[in-house]
Design a protein around this ligand. Structure first.
Ligand SMILES: [Zn+2]
Length: 385
């Protein structure tokens, strides 16, 4: 495989800004590339995700490689020493927003799929360049999967060239305390919702959470709080809302997470509600994806046939991956956490490379990840297996 092609393509992808909801121009670059390098079928779905198909010469299973096209923004006040949209290469690293998360993986998937000898595979290789992952994990991937019905999914998020077979999920929880307004000159006539919330927070912080040997600890983190009315001029607040980020372990459901709060003995008699947040995200094509913000954790056993076959493919590509897990939430929350299609993760870089100032991607890893994807395709769809 031409080593230079995925590098140059990653540079072009990095040079096109693609914040969540603004992926249109980048998607066109992806479509043009897929068409230019020999994909059999390429289209853009209703949400604006690009999908390309490579057909083997014989029928067989379908493997879907997914990378998201959106990136997080550039935080105001953060000082980059490199142009975030320059795609500069310095000392073996390609710099720019999205280089590690995850335009490099996308370029590697597209070129790995196009380089497979079609006469050697049975089935289809599909690459999806999906939108809106940074704001809604799995939302756009669901539409892709409904259209292409994959048997296996590979998520290209950073895994440090290791094979990921599980990931923590997440839930966003809204807690609201309900007080009673009064003039702040006579607070005793009201019930201060902020005081109620302080009791709730104290109790929630003391909930004991499990730890998983592969995925790490479950987490409860307070991310925001606001009272109503805000600002409160001479009024005792009658409502207070707090948001929690709850990192999930396998088999934790909404009922488990909310039930643990509602059952706290310290909170009996305190008027409050706890719900999973709802979200709405508009794609650049104008579709609106609505979501309940609970993204399940997932895990395939190490002896799962897909894990073992992918491992063989990676080893045959000269790699030596460890079996590991994502601590962060990815599109796999949908593909395997919800849709239960066997899914693994494999990508360049480490989690800490994402969303940072001077984000960068190692060119050596980009090359290895491309040959790893090709190895996975051969191992899963190869005629000689
Ligand atoms: Zn990502």
């Amino acid at each position: 495989m031409d080593k230079q092609a995925p590098i140059e393509f990653t540079q072009r992808l990095v040079r096109q800004q693609s914040f969540s909801g603004e992926e249109g121009p980048l998607t066109q670059i992806v479509v043009d590339e897929m068409e230019a390098i020999g994909f059999d079928k390429v289209w853009v779905d209703e949400n604006g995700s690009a999908i390309g198909v490579i057909e083997g010469t014989k029928p067989g299973k379908t493997i879907l490689f997914d990378a998201h096209t959106d990136t997080v923004g550039i935080a105001p006040g953060s000082v980059w020493t490199k142009d975030p949209f320059g795609g500069e290469i310095i000392d073996g690293y390609l710099y720019g927003r999205g280089s590690a998360d995850m335009k490099g993986a996308l370029a590697a998937m597209i070129h790995a799929a196009a380089n497979v000898d079609k006469s050697e595979i049975s089935g289809k290789v599909i690459v999806s360049a999906s939108v809106l992952e940074e704001v809604y994990e799995g939302g756009a991937l669901k539409t892709v999967m409904d259209a292409v019905n994959p048997d296996y999914v590979v998520i290209g998020e950073s895994s440090n060239l290791n094979l990921v077979h599980g990931g923590r999920g997440r839930a966003e929880i809204q807690i609201e305390t309900i007080g009673k307004p009064s003039h702040s000159s006579s607070p005793q006539q009201g019930v201060n919702a902020v005081h109620l919330m302080m009791k709730v927070i104290e109790a929630v912080e003391n909930i004991e959470l499990d730890e998983h040997p592969l995925l790490g600890p479950a987490i409860f983190a307070l991310t925001d709080i606001i009272s109503e009315p805000y600002p409160g001029y001479s009024v005792i607040p009658s409502r207070c809302k707090a948001t929690y980020d709850r990192r999930l372990l396998p088999n934790e459901t909404a009922d488990d997470v909310l039930g643990a709060i509602q059952a706290l003995p310290e909170l009996q008699g305190i008027p409050f509600k706890a719900v999973i947040s709802q979200g709405e995200h508009k794609s650049y094509t104008g579709t609106v994806l609505t979501c309940t913000k609970l993204f399940p954790a997932w895990k395939l056993e190490t002896d799962h046939p897909f894990v073992q076959t992918a491992l063989k493919g990676l080893r045959e590509s000269g790699l030596n991956p460890q079996l590991t897990a994502y601590r962060f939430c990815t599109n796999a929350a949908y593909s395997v956490g919800t849709a239960e299609i066997p899914t693994i993760g494999f990508g360049p870089g480490v989690e800490a490379d994402a969303h940072v100032v001077d984000e960068r991607l190692s060119l050596d890893e980009l090359e290895k990840v491309a040959s790893g994807y090709r190895g996975i395709i051969r191992a899963v769809l190869g005629n000689n297996n």
